[in-house]
Design a protein around this ligand. Structure first.
Ligand code: HEM
Length: 202
């Protein structure tokens, strides 16, 4: 675990702390997930922004967050002066929030109690995890993969035809827009599925 002097921005002033760089925060606990990143079944890409409080993401993106939290136990660290970033956004998006925004106090705190059946999130989770729904999702996922595969061949054939024979702009422009947007959307969906998946194994 690399301990390095970190400069964090706090209330407009530069604040220097000696906490390690790669920390994540969930429910007030501090984790160093550097070693876990490559093992994350959802892909390492969701953990590339350390320093943030990821409680909301953690509780809302998993089938069984309680079980997953046990996996994280061994990455828990005790660093008294560790605290999440003030901004949970890339620099380019900071203009969307007021100057004095501070994610540590201004982001709403939700009740994620997994035992509370009245919570909308728990209700959604139990409906989605219903075996029939899961079976249907697997069927639809398979169909999705097949259609993406067809689309990929159509796209390649279209590019070859466009390069070799030439296709008028009023056909090629909308066709490229539709095919590329569809393939881009499919790629995005693959990054959200358990890894390795169709996209990472081809
Ligand atoms: C940002 C904080 C996150 C943390 C700390 C985290 C942590 C974890 C942990 C500990 C597991 C269980 C690993 C195991 O059983 O060995 C897991 C599983 C998984 N994660 Fe994440 N995760 C995060 C975000 C996400 C996001 C944003 C996605 C997808 C968009 C995601 C997708 C998955 C999937 C698909 C699995 C496997 C299935 C499941 O257990 O639900 N994770 N994650």
């Amino acid at each position: 675990m690399a301990t390095t002097s970190d400069t964090a921005e706090m209330n407009g002033k530069a604040e220097v702390s000696s906490m390690p760089k790669n920390l994540w925060f969930i429910d007030g606990e501090t984790y160093d997930l550097t070693e876990f990143m490559p093992k994350h079944p959802g892909g390492a890409q969701y953990l590339v922004f350390p320093g943030n409080d990821v409680s909301i993401t953690f509780w809302s993106y998993h089938k069984d967050p309680e079980r997953n939290k046990k996996v994280l136990d061994k990455y828990k660290v005790n660093i008294p002066d560790a605290r999440p970033n003030r901004w949970h956004l890339p620099d380019s998006a900071k203009f969307l929030l007021p100057e004095d925004f501070d994610a540590r106090g201004d982001i709403k705190i939700y009740n994620f109690d997994p035992k509370n059946k009245d919570l909308v999130l728990n209700d959604c989770r139990s409906r989605i995890l219903n075996p029939d729904v899961q079976k249907n999702l697997r069927r639809l996922d398979k169909m999705f993969d097949q259609h993406v595969m067809y689309m990929r061949w159509v796209y390649l054939a279209f590019v070859v035809a466009w390069l070799v024979f030439g296709i008028p702009w009023y056909i090629s422009t909308p066709a490229f827009a539709v095919l590329r947007t569809a393939l881009g959307g499919a790629g995005h969906y693959f990054t959200h599925r358990t890894q390795p998946n169709f996209a990472s194994s081809t």
